[in-house]
Design a protein around this ligand. Structure first.
Ligand SMILES: [Zn+2]
Length: 182
């Protein structure tokens, strides 16, 4: 059991996301981000399958054929697009991505930035989150087209213009401007 290591890993990530959320004015989401990772269902899997270099969910998935921690996590955390997968209204039985509220799209962007930073360490570049998202194409994501477009737009802005300008745009335009719709 690697409880201490796992606790450190998830807390390091959580603090990074919290700081980013505070920069754009998302205080509540900054405090509550990924809280379910500290509950027993997810925490015990993190300790049992602790890897150090990759998500314990991948190791659990390889062992069981599915990751109970991830299924629990994505069902409770609205910043994951997988939370928003539901049946469409067209009567076909397919599951599709619903349009995410913009404050959760922003939290998803910040989550990806924090994850890239922890993963890359000193080698982190502003283009890494975009590279991770677009690597191998974006057709496979079960995500609403508009949500995907906003996510990509913000990650591209980060890659091209950097954090200061992108965070300012998120705070002032995406979240605050009444006329902003996506
Ligand atoms: Zn999460």
């Amino acid at each position: 059991m690697k409880a201490v290591q796992h606790f450190r890993t998830i807390t390091k990530h959580k603090i990074l996301v919290m700081k980013e959320c505070f920069r754009v004015g998302l205080y509540r989401q900054g405090l509550l981000h990924d809280m379910s990772k500290y509950g027993w269902t997810e925490f015990r899997v993190g300790c049992k399958y602790y890897q150090g270099t990759r998500s314990p969910n991948n190791a659990e998935r390889e062992t069981l054929g599915y990751s109970s921690a991830w299924l629990h996590h994505k069902g409770r955390n609205k910043h994951h697009y997988e939370y928003w997968i539901d049946y469409g209204l067209d009567g076909k039985k397919a599951l599709i991505g619903m349009k995410m509220p913009k404050n959760y799209v922003v939290e998803m962007v910040l989550d990806r930035i924090a994850a890239s930073k922890v993963y890359k360490g000193d080698a982190y570049k502003d283009s890494d989150p975009l590279e991770y998202f677009t690597h191998g194409g974006t057709d496979g994501y079960v995500m609403h087209e508009d949500t995907k477009a906003l996510l990509e737009k913000l990650l591209r802005m980060l890659a091209d213009k950097g954090e200061a300008e992108t965070f300012e745009y998120i705070k002032k335009v995406v979240l605050k401007d009444k006329n902003f719709s996506y």
